[in-house]
Design a protein around this ligand. Structure first.
Ligand SMILES: Cc1ncc(COP(=O)(O)O)c(C=O)c1O
Length: 460
């Protein structure tokens, strides 16, 4: 065993890639409320979801089974980059002068540069096995779209990605990655779907949003037999697939004889957060660990779903085509300010993560953009890796925690998720370095307006 604290990079052999995904629904003290059909307001039957998803994924979505075996073809693709390294941030610790031990689990070594392929590969595999030949999806800044394009190529699927217009125009590199892997990219709102055309008629200058792009991708998949829809976050099966992250981290901590006091991850739709945190929450719920880790979800102050949203049934998309989910939401019509952490600009959140926050098992913390980039640059200058703007929220959370340890004079072990690199987000760093990056106030008026449109669910 390496002495606690001695290693910089804690690595596992390929044979230690997890063989199963962990489903936290099996252990939650109180389960989340079920999704509801947007028309009947009743829980949807599996057949209602069948136009969009293959049965294997529908089963994973609704099941309370604790573990699902990872199919060998999926593990085989995982071998391209998994297990991912766990780092001890010696240099950042020294710069902060903290008594805390800081570790980070780095998912930026995947081909797409983030945690997203952990689920895109699984989703592409199950769709192919069900005889599907095409996928549609949405993407914000392009992380998810590129991850799904990579996975689709591995399993010979065609893919069309509806990319939020503002990113399509301003961020060409991820669009080009998608095209390099053979995917098609469409600027959303588009003229290809009824909901896109409606939005463009109302507002030809709409910058687009994830909610609109989801509507378009769902609409197309629902209308074609050869095509399914794939979502990169929020849903239970997506969070399930991401739990390879936390399971590996547990083995890596065991290797160095340490265990986190606090686990921090950024949270957009919740998949990166759930992937890292759920195996540690399993330890806590089952009393199966040397200590009970505190768990923190970090989000942007400009889109503060968990810290300022309401806990209510809402649609997952702008047009109201998806099932209603009980979650923290800022309203499905909310279009967040154009912060650089595109993957955290979502009006809602995973129903599981929302319920865990609601019940006090998870703390949420919101950070403003300039402070987040300040932490990201400090991290880059000490540890070397340039974080994705989304991941930088977790860096900020870890720095705050380490400074609190210093102020209190109490050591602690901090684990945070570095969900991706920021090599295609350098324009944001450019703005920060030239003092041009701005903070956004909590968009109270916009949220109020969007919340006025929440669907009415009797008895909820
Ligand atoms: C690098 C990175 N981290 C985190 C996220 C947030 O998504 P989620 O909350 O589903 O992990 C994204 C989303 O695009 C991302 O690209």
């Amino acid at each position: 065993m390496t002495q606690p604290g001695a290693a910089t990079k804690i690595v596992l052999p390929e044979s230690e890639i997890p063989t199963r995904w962990y489903n936290i629904l099996a252990d939650m003290p109180s389960p989340p409320d079920p999704p509801l059909h947007p028309g009947t307001k009743q829980p949807p039957a599996p057949e209602d979801l069948a136009p969009l998803f293959p049965m294997d994924l529908i089963e994973q979505e609704v099941s309370g089974q604790r573990y699902f075996d990872i199919p060998e073809p999926v593990r085989d693709v995982y071998r391209l980059w998994r297990p991912t390294p766990l780092y001890r941030a010696h240099r950042l610790e020294r710069a902060l002068g903290t008594p805390a031990r800081i570790y980070y689990k780095y998912e930026g070594t995947s081909p797409a540069g983030s945690h997203k392929p952990n689920t895109s590969v699984a989703q592409a595999y199950y769709n192919r096995r069900a005889g599907i030949t095409r996928l549609t999806t949405e993407t914000g800044a392009g992380q998810w779209g590129s991850a799904l394009a990579f996975a689709a190529r591995q399993f010979d699927l065609e893919i069309r990605v509806y990319m939020v217009k503002v990113s399509y125009e301003q961020k060409p590199y991820r669009r080009l990655m998608i095209e390099t892997w053979g995917g098609e990219v469409v600027s959303s709102p588009s003229r290809l779907t009824a909901s896109g055309r409606r939005i463009l008629e109302d507002d030809p200058d709409s910058p687009g949003s994830l909610g609109i792009a989801i509507s378009e991708a769902v609409e197309e998949a629902a209308g074609r037999k050869d095509t399914n829809y794939s979502l990169g976050s929020v849903l239970n099966h997506v969070l399930l697939h991401q739990t390879v992250i936390g399971q590996e981290a547990q083995k890596q901590f065991a290797l160095v004889g340490d265990y986190p006091d606090v686990v921090i991850a950024c949270c957009g739709g919740g998949s990166n957060f759930g992937g890292l945190a759920f195996p540690f929450l399993h330890d806590r719920f089952t009393g199966n660990a040397p200590k009970a880790a505190r768990v923190v979800a970090a989000e942007p102050a400009a889109c503060p779903t968990l810290t300022r949203g309401v806990y209510a049934y809402d649609f997952g998309d702008t047009a109201g085509l998806t099932p209603l989910m009980k979650m923290y939401t800022l309203g499905h019509g909310f279009i967040p300010p154009g912060i650089h952490a595109g993957g955290l600009r979502y009006h809602g959140d995973s129903p599981i993560v929302s319920k865990l926050v609601r019940d006090g098992h998870v703390q949420a913390q919101a950070y403003s953009q300039v402070g987040v980039f300040e932490a990201a640059v400090q991290f880059a200058r000490t540890e070397g890796i340039i974080p994705a703007p989304e991941s930088a929220h977790a860096v900020k959370g870890a720095v705050e925690e380490a400074l609190a340890a210093k102020a209190e004079g109490t050591p602690r072990t901090i684990l945070f998720g570095l969900s991706g690199h920021g090599h295609f987000d350098l324009a944001a760093y450019d703005q920060y370095l030239r003092g041009r990056l701005q903070d956004y106030e909590y968009p109270a008026e916009m949220v109020e307006k969007a919340l006025a449109d929440l669907p009415v669910v009797p008895g909820a």
